[in-house]
Design a protein around this ligand. Structure first.
Ligand code: MSP
Length: 514
């Protein structure tokens, strides 16, 4: 084994159904998980759902069901989505898991024992929707902004976690580890947020107000604040079978939960407990729909990933989100963009190249990849034998730029496509004097398709399997090293040829645009 890799995603609130933003983040993490596996690393990949808190309690109440039953049903919807997208986590995290609840209580007790948690009276405004205290400073034009929902005035004693004692240490950590928060502009935002003293964080909610939570170990009249519960998941599930994986190599989150949740609360919790910080906190942007953030609170903007998976297949959705979003920035979703990508890159691109290569081998060489020897190789063949694509791919992934990794692969596929145009094997096939030349061409195409089947597997796992089945190669995930040129298919018999991405007109339910 070439070492290990531990990565996590945010865990999604179960108060409403998953949307494209949730699907994206999980696919992104799955891409990195599969990539690391292809480097022969042992991978722990955690993702799942955040089940406690006021929002879930309220949603369950609205339906007149018990929050656990509500959460069970919603959690299944999230895990079913992961399954249909091929998101193969090591473990589907649920915060109602008794093991997790115990770890949360242990952490709270430890922090209390170390004097990091104080009990104090607080009078002020509380946002019911955001489950947090707010101050006059949060008002916009004298009004509470919409995101806070109902804001009430309360006076109650609560437990507070002290953040300020760790502010300087966190700043030092950020200074010493410039690649801790990616992209760099997000790191700057966290540093800016750390310029002012940090207020104590209220980490308790009276049970009378919120019953759906984990009781504090030192005061059963309170449950813990949902973030204090949710963040701990990264640790509670990090020791499956007792093997300790700490710290995470990569934690993927959206930009809305960097400040303060992950950039400040989470990092300071770890510092206070003497635990190592994650190596990278990777912050992605938002999917928008015609410019509006896709969010469960805005029904018009919502994009449900399921119909896209059903209509175009899971890999089409995976490809679209990974290729279209420049990691860190926002990206806009539209049916038009989706169909353009599907048709140009998948059906006419990778799909067509694979199909025509294998069909020609079937037709002209009875399904066997030809053997060739002693030929002068053209520039095109040298391009197709080059491992530059693998290097470019690796470079892009190491820079957390899946869109560039995919660009590199598609550049290679386009080179192979152009090679078909340049060499016109269908014409060569008509001239017996060109038989040896045709062998060279078909063998290079077959090898290119084989290499592509390895290169695409982190992004398009279902397609990789289909490609390898058609090549009659093992469909189990390959090592990335196998994407290097190897001319390994000499005299290899291929399997039955099936189109990878059917044209849209032939897809059931597809209405061509007027
Ligand atoms: N439960 C908390 C996270 C706890 S992590 C210890 C939460 N849940 S969420 O369901 O609201 O969001 C889950 C993830 O989905 C977050 O990383 C969030 O940024 C991401 N997305 C939600 N909407 C999104 C888009 N429109 N686009 C991309 N991702 C977005 O926050």
């Amino acid at each position: 084994m070439a070492g290990s890799y531990f990565l996590t995603t945010a865990i999604d609130y179960v108060n409403s159904a998953p949307h494209l933003g949730h699907a994206y983040e999980k696919v992104l993490a799955d891409f990195f998980a599969r990539h690391e596996k292809s480097l022969e690393k042992e991978v722990l990949f955690l993702t799942g759902v955040d089940e406690h808190g006021q929002k879930v309690q309220q949603s369950a109440q609205r339906e007149g069901v018990d929050p656990q039953a509500f959460s069970d049903r919603m959690s299944r919807q999230f895990s079913a989505l992961h399954e249909s997208l091929g998101v193969a986590s090591s473990r589907f995290v649920r915060t109602t898991d008794p093991l997790h609840k115990q770890v949360v209580r242990d952490w709270l007790q430890k922090l209390k024992d170390r004097g990091e948690i104080l009990f104090q009276e607080h009078e002020g405004y509380y946002s019911v929707r955001q489950e947090q205290f707010v101050t006059e400073k949060d008002k916009v034009n004298g009004e509470w902004p919409e995101i806070f929902g109902e804001v009430v005035h309360t006076k109650e004693p609560n437990y507070y976690f002290r953040l300020e004692p760790y502010r300087q240490r966190l700043r030092d950590h950020l200074e010493a580890h410039p690649d801790f928060i990616v992209p760099a502009f997000r790191r700057k935002e966290v540093l800016a947020a750390l310029e002012q003293p940090l207020a104590d964080l209220c980490i308790s909610r009276p049970k009378a107000r919120l019953a759906w939570g984990i009781p504090l170990p030192f005061d059963e009249a309170y449950v813990t604040y949902v973030w204090f519960d949710a963040l701990v998941n990264y640790y509670s599930f990090a020791a499956p079978d007792g093997v300790q994986w700490w710290p995470p190599d990569l934690q993927i989150i959206g930009k809305d939960i960097l400040i303060p949740a992950h950039g400040i609360y989470w990092t300071i919790m770890l510092l206070a407990l003497g635990l190592e910080l994650p190596r990278h906190l990777l912050v992605h942007g938002f999917w928008t729909n015609s410019g509006a953030k896709i969010s469960k609170s805005d029904a018009k903007s919502l994009v449900d990933p399921v119909p896209y998976i059903e209509k175009y297949g899971p890999d089409a959705l995976r490809y679209f989100v990974l290729r279209e979003m420049v990691l860190g920035q926002d990206a806009d979703f539209s049916d038009e963009r989706f169909e353009i990508r599907y048709t140009a890159d998948l059906a006419k691109g990778l799909g067509n190249l694979t199909n025509r290569t294998l069909s020609m081998i079937s037709r002209y060489r009875e399904g066997r990849v030809p053997v060739y020897d002693g030929f002068h190789l053209t520039e095109a063949e040298n391009d197709l034998r080059s491992d530059a694509v693998v290097e470019e791919y690796l470079q892009a992934v190491s820079e957390f730029a899946p869109h560039l990794a995919l660009q590199a692969i598609w550049k290679f596929a386009q080179r192979a496509d152009k090679y078909v145009e340049e060499t016109a094997p269908f014409r060569l096939a008509k001239d017996p004097a060109q038989a040896k030349r045709l062998d060279v061409v078909l063998a290079h195409l077959a090898e290119s398709v084989r290499r592509l089947s390895v290169l695409v597997q982190a992004a398009l796992p279902f397609t990789a399997i289909k490609m390898r089945a058609q090549l009659d190669l093992p469909v189990t995930p390959a090592r990335l090293a196998e994407a290097r040129f190897g001319n390994s298919l000499r005299n290899h018999a291929i399997g039955p040829v099936v189109p990878l991405f059917p044209p849209l007109e032939e897809k059931p339910g597809h209405k061509p645009k007027a």
